[in-house]
Design a protein around this ligand. Structure first.
Ligand code: NAX
Length: 329
């Protein structure tokens, strides 16, 4: 039997946590033959609720669940972790400015980045879900790499929900099966500025952009629908996306760990300078994954409309980075 993989999850008592943990324990993320140990982090006041979730996990009698711990100490939660899902974050409270949200979260991700840098497995795969996820991932990465054990490439942010949302919109507009759609990209920040780019998308050999053949739909319907989907879910449900966010996190880690078999997927990763995106910024790129590593899809043509969108979402990330510069020392 395989040795268990240690998976740390923060915000374990939250609503995404509740949609995520059971699927991880049942093998949907790392494979049906891969035992896991769950290392659950949440705030002191949420420990009782975490215990309740653990009771339910026990009651599932999952064959792959090899162990669980609950803690409010990041140094314990990230110890030897091979996968870290950073879901817990400070939500925007009433009257809270964007800038305050950034700084409050920067404090959390500074502490967690330091714990990962010191205690996690050196080959750890980190996915930040908690918002603003690209910048939180950037902060955790910048702090963690200072300890010299983990590398920048270990840190990623979640653009996969935007990717999956865009796939679904394209499938219904083109009347093609969602599973037939290949080569979608979502560039940039996980925010309404993201650029879902379907110029290359194919379905059974047909170019989907040509099938749809409607520039105005792209600009006036598609991009705003995908960009504002999170807000639309809150409006409809009274709560933010949870099951779909957990599903995207599972897709992201599964593809990273087990490979995408040549298919393109979107990951928020530290830029290596590709496509003119400044090095180090966590930006949504098209990647393929193999043997636990991701590789940016190169050579895509960037037309004027795309460049304008890619720069717009980049500028937001540069602004966010500048807002937390002082905290990074
Ligand atoms: P909840 O408020 O239900 O749960 C958050 C949990 O995190 C709580 O249990 C809280 O106690 C815990 N927490 C807060 N600070 C913590 C810390 N410093 N260490 C450990 N745990 C901490 O939120 P939920 O709906 O689960 O959403 C979690 C995060 O995901 C939010 O930041 C949200 O904005 C973000 N999202 C990101 C998405 C993405 O695509 N990247 C989409 C969905 C979601 O909006």
């Amino acid at each position: 039997a395989k040795a268990p993989v240690r998976v740390a999850i923060t915000g374990a008592a939250g609503q995404i946590g509740y949609s995520l943990l059971f699927r991880i324990a049942s093998g949907e993320m790392l494979g049906k033959d891969q035992p896991v140990i769950l290392q659950l982090l949440d705030l002191p006041q949420a420990q009782k609720a975490v215990k309740g979730v653990m009771m339910e996990l026990e009651d599932c009698a999952f064959p792959l669940l090899a162990g669980m711990v609950a803690t409010d100490d990041p140094n314990v939660a990230f110890k030897d972790a091979q996968v870290c899902l950073l879901v817990g974050a400070r939500p925007r409270g009433p009257g809270m400015e964007r800038k305050d949200l950034l700084t409050e979260n920067a404090k959390i991700f500074t502490v967690q980045g330091a714990a990962i840098g010191q205690y996690a497995d050196p080959d750890v795969k980190v996915l930040v879900v908690g918002n603003p996820c690209n910048t939180n991932a950037y902060i955790a990465k910048e702090i963690a790499i200072k300890f010299g054990r983990v590398q920048a490439k270990n840190f990623t942010g979640m653009l996969r929900l935007d990717h999956n949302r865009a796939l679904s919109q394209l499938a219904s507009k083109s009347s093609r099966d969602v599973s037939s759609l290949k080569k979608l990209v979502v560039w940039g920040n996980h925010s309404p500025t993201m650029y879902a780019d379907y110029r290359e998308v194919t379905s059974n050999g047909d170019n989907v952009k040509n099938l749809i053949n409607d520039e105005a739909w792209n600009r006036d319907v598609f991009l705003p629908t995908v960009g504002k989907r999170g807000a639309a879910i809150i409006e409809a449900r009274g709560l933010s996306s949870a099951a779909s966010a957990a599903n995207a996190a599972i897709d992201h880690i599964r593809d990273w760990a087990l490979g995408s078999n040549g298919e393109w997927v979107t990951m928020g990763i530290p830029s290596d300078g590709s496509y003119g995106i400044p090095e180090g910024i966590i930006y949504g790129f098209p990647v393929t994954t193999e043997n636990g590593e991701y590789k940016i899809v190169q050579g895509l043509e960037i037309d004027e409309f795309s460049r304008e969108r890619m720069t717009h979402t980049l500028n937001e990330l540069l602004e966010e980075r500048d807002g937390v510069k002082d905290l990074l020392g």
